[in-house]
Design a protein around this ligand. Structure first.
Ligand code: EPZ
Length: 415
């Protein structure tokens, strides 16, 4: 089991190149199930989750070649099943459900278990498919869905769901008639997927707003498309610059996807200036403590909550961080406390009193973004920090220790 070892206290300087977005690449790869012929997707990140979904798609009949540029074709779906042992390692496997029902008329997908950050139900995905005429049953932990031909429907999501919006948008592309998604997710990853589907011939309007309209077509054709840069990876590095008193160039990111974070970081005293192909990010003289509330896009991203909490742990005052998207996304708090942070949880709020310094400690990663916050805390802390269960980090960050050491951090991965 690998672990990451960091000797903290070094300001970060230099350039970091942002990779393609994990949460855009996953639904885009799943969309290949909707059409025969060879799709070409560029800027795919090199992550464990990408390997997982590639294996899943191959087991269904996909032919795949390439890494950063992937050619994928699904001329025939031979096995419309996503097994438990695959789905349990990656909940996003649920994204094959909509495309399978739309293209093959049938799907058997393991119910994704919960994970560290919450129960993560998929009830809204299933209800929407039923609204579109699918017959959905839950048997022995599996979702079994069938539909000779999905029908367009008016869908109301009780709450904003990113993969729910993506799943049903994909299913609706081949439905009979028009589907309207109300209270749809507005994330940039949803827009990236909609652009790919449109280049396959889908008729979609409203992506990026909370009402998306999809007019079903009889078939789609393969497409060539680019995955957007990962705004969560970019945000993680921006916060690291603020925490270590450094100045870095975050290259290849899309600043428009980071408005909420940029405004927040400026309030903490950081300077963030647009540059030719990215952002110049500099730490402030001191760290002003600010309040943060996570919300669906364009609000502050829940996937950056753990990271900004590590930053506020060394703020100059008091910060209230409210997590409104997931019910249990404070797993990083206990580990930060072991590094000397002063945080009290009250329901969905974390009260963070800034301390002058964090101290290195042995810590354990629990989920993807919590482990990223431990890396940030280790980079800023005095002394040595060890982070075990590093596989959580590898799911969502491409060679994180290499990118940070290129910025001057004393960080390495040990067996
Ligand atoms: C996506 O997860 C992302 N994953 C998550 O990123 C991200 O944290 C999340 O959106 C919120 O932005 C991918 O895109 C692969 P939701 P998703 O459905 O779609 C509840 C990471 O770190 N809900 O938007 O699973 C749910 O419990 C990951 O990269 C239902 O109740 O999140 C949660 O409280 C972590 N019923 C809220 O909605 C449903 O049917 C938002 O979940 C679906 C969701």
């Amino acid at each position: 089991m690998d672990k990451i070892v960091i000797n903290g206290g070094k300001p970060l300087h230099g350039n970091v190149q942002i990779s393609g977005a994990k949460n855009a690449a996953l639904p885009v790869l799943a969309s290949a199930l909707l059409t025969a012929g060879t799709n070409t997707f560029h800027n795919i990140p090199d992550l464990m989750d990408i390997k997982t979904i590639k294996n899943l798609l191959i087991s269904m009949g996909a032919a795949i070649e390439g890494e950063e540029t992937i050619k994928i074709s699904v001329d025939k779906i031979i096995n419309p099943t996503a097994s438990y042992d695959l789905v349990k390692t990656m909940r996003a496997s649920i994204l094959v459900l909509g495309p399978l029902v739309a293209r093959a008329g049938t799907a058997r997908v393991s119910l994704p278990g919960g994970c560290a950050i919450g129960a993560r139900p998929v009830n809204l995905h299933l209800k929407a498919l039923e609204d579109m005429g699918a017959h959905v049953e839950l048997n022995n932990g599996y979702i079994e869905a069938r539909a000779k031909k999905l029908k367009g429907a008016e869908i109301y999501f009780d709450l904003t769901t990113v993969t729910g919006t993506e799943n049903i948008m994909m299913a609706a592309t081949l439905a009979q008639g028009t589907t309207i998604l109300n209270n749809a997710a507005r994330e940039p990853e949803v827009v990236n997927l909609a652009d790919v589907l449109k280049s396959m011939g889908a008729k979609i309007t409203g992506a990026g707003t909370d009402v998306i309209t999809i007019e079903g077509v009889t078939s789609l054709k393969p497409a060539e498309a680019e995955i957007i840069p990962d705004r969560i990876e970019a945000g993680t590095f921006m916060i690291a610059a603020g925490m270590t008193g450094g100045e870095i160039n975050v290259l290849g990111c899309n600043a428009h996807h980071l408005d909420a974070l940029i405004n927040k970081l400026r309030d903490t005293g950081m300077k963030i200036a647009p540059m030719k192909n990215g952002l110049k990010v500099s730490a402030g003289k001191k760290i002003n403590s600010v309040d943060v509330k996570t919300l669906p896009y364009p609000g502050f991203a829940t996937d950056l909550q753990a990271q900004i909490m590590a930053y506020m742990a060394i703020g100059s005052g008091l910060s209230v961080i409210s997590e409104t998207v997931f019910e249990n996304r404070f797993m990083h708090v206990s580990e930060l406390l072991r590094m000397g942070a002063d945080i009290v949880i009250q329901g969905g709020n974390a009260i963070v009193r800034g301390v002058p310094k964090l101290h290195g400690a042995q810590t354990m990663a629990t989920d993807l973004r919590a482990s990223a916050s431990l890396v940030l805390a280790g980079l800023a802390a005095e002394g040595t920090t060890e982070i075990s269960r590093v596989y959580h980090i590898d799911r969502g960050y491409q060679t994180i220790e290499k990118k940070f050491s290129a910025l001057g951090a004393d960080i390495k991965r040990v067996k």
